[in-house]
Design a protein around this ligand. Sequence first.
Ligand SMILES: O=C(O)CCC(=O)C(=O)O
Ligand SMILES: [Fe+2]
Length: 310
Amino acid sequence: MSKQTTITESRGASHSRHSSRSQVIADLGLEQYVMQLEVDGLCVVPPEVHGVPIAVFDEMVEFLLKRSASLVGCTFSLERGPHAEVTFKSDQQRSGLAEDPSKITQFLIQQLGSQHRMFRDLAVNPVAVALIKHMIGSKVTRFSSNNSFVKWQGEFGYGPNLGLHADQSAVPLPWGRTALTANTNWCLTDYTLEGGAFAYVPGSHRFASRPTFPSAVAQAVPVEAAKGSVIVFHGATWHGAYPRKIPGMRISIANYYRHMMVSSQEDYRNSFDRDLAKDCVNPELFWALCGFDDEFPYCEQSQPVPRILD
Ligand SMILES: O=C(O)CCC(=O)C(=O)O
Ligand SMILES: [Fe+2]
């Protein structure tokens, strides 16, 4: 019996018991991406592997440009970004961004899952979810948020520190090997260094700690990727982004996931429409990732209570 036969047979055996995590990875042909996640804490999966047609990303861009226009109050185009000068009110600032609101050249469009079925379908993409579950754990993975990063030309970006952070930073140290959160950034436009690409420190998830400055900036590298790629990364991976130095826009969708013991950014249980959750390509998975049937948090007595005998 050849070694290959043994491997195949043992895979088959484990598949018949239950669809183990490694079996799912093997069935989808994702071993090389798992290897990159283990070594670098990040991988880039191209469209031919995750299977989402480019036309879907075109439709998402069109939707998000229109949504940007209605939220901000001026036209947005991929070539020019906002067609008017825009600013934030001083009480509206997000942490990690410039103190001077005129230097901020990005914002988030939140709660995408409620806005169009195509965003719900993307959030349950089998390849993305398999890689995320590899890092967090199959039964314990939940959604944290589904947001779009809308960014345009600006010298400052996140500033000299590139906004480097680890997404699971709010969890106290020491961190273990299991990801407490894990993220996907779908590139809806080309990611180039000059165009404001994602920045990260390869292997930093293995430091199991928050970034240290200024050394982290020197270790950071750009993730240059074609439109339609998805960047998948561990919650402990140090990352941020470079400023966009050229005209036009960089748009991404961050479908962010969490271990069920970590609280979510979006409150799916209390605010997500159950009918919308059922209206997607994989309603069972969407439902499970929303945590609708989770035991916690409860909002009424959930455990049985003994009663005196009559
Ligand atoms: O591309 C960016 O601006 C950073 C994205 C990010 O930090 C995230 O999705 O967690
Ligand atoms: Fe992040």
